[in-house]
Design a protein. Structure first.
Lengths: 112, 114
């Protein structure tokens, strides 16, 4: 285990409600990522961060925002959850794109 | 939009068979090529990160080669075992290159029958 904790592990919520997922690392890695996993699509990048307060969009960023106010925490927020955001969300950390990614255990989010 | 293509989508082999699959990526502005193994109900785990043309990496019965000029990497598994059953993903830095914007292919799902 690379010292990554995702919370919550499971969440069920209703359409239109805000949801925040948390990724916490104890490894001091510079880069943090949020991916979503969907059947037929594999892992798709939502947002990533390359330092405190430095974030950028990935392939599927619409409807999501992120924040990184300290090295160890990367928050993913769904401002108004929709059923299309039902997915498994993975956080990952690395030292950079030429270094391995270490993944968290995932968060299963269901939007009803 | 950057495309990372993997083939085949799925593969069914018998225990003891050797197998290989392909990852294709844009050959321009190469930084690195990653391979991950993803077992059902677990998180992806890194196998290799390859950075140089002609690179060959090996981990037990699994090895990988890299051709950056033509934009492909092969992953080989020698003497497949049932515990090798997993989805194998490759990933490539997209927009931002070395800044860490990693784009994954859809994976090759390997099933090894005892």
């Amino acid at each position: 285990d690379a010292g990554i904790t995702q919370s919550p592990r499971h969440k069920v919520t209703e359409t239109g409600t805000p949801v925040t997922l948390r990724c916490h690392q104890t490894e001091n890695h510079r880069y943090m990522y949020w991916y979503r996993q969907d059947p037929g699509h594999g892992l798709r990048l939502i947002h990533y961060s390359y330092g405190v307060k430095d974030t950028d969009k990935g392939e599927v960023s619409d409807g999501y925002s992120v924040s990184r106010s300290k090295t160890e925490d990367f928050l993913l927020t769904l401002e108004s959850a929709t059923s299309s955001q039902t997915s498994v969300y993975f956080c990952a950390i690395s030292w950079g794109s030429t270094e391995k990614l270490f993944f968290g255990s995932g968060t299963q989010l269901s939007v009803l | 939009i950057l495309n990372v293509e993997q083939s085949p989508q799925s593969l069914h082999v018998q225990e003891g068979d050797s197998t290989n699959f392909t990852c294709s990526f844009p050959s321009s502005n190469f930084y690195a090529l990653h391979w991950y193994r993803w077992e059902t109900a677990k998180s992806p785990e890194a196998l290799f990160v390859m950075t140089l043309n002609g690179d060959e990496k090996k981990k037990g019965r699994i090895s990988a080669t890299l051709n950056t000029k033509e934009g492909y990497s092969y992953l080989y598994i020698k003497g497949s075992q049932p515990e090798d059953s997993a989805t194998y993903l490759c990933a490539f830095p997209g927009r931002g290159g070395s800044q860490g914007n990693l784009i994954f292919g859809k994976g090759t799902k390997l099933s090894v029958k005892p």
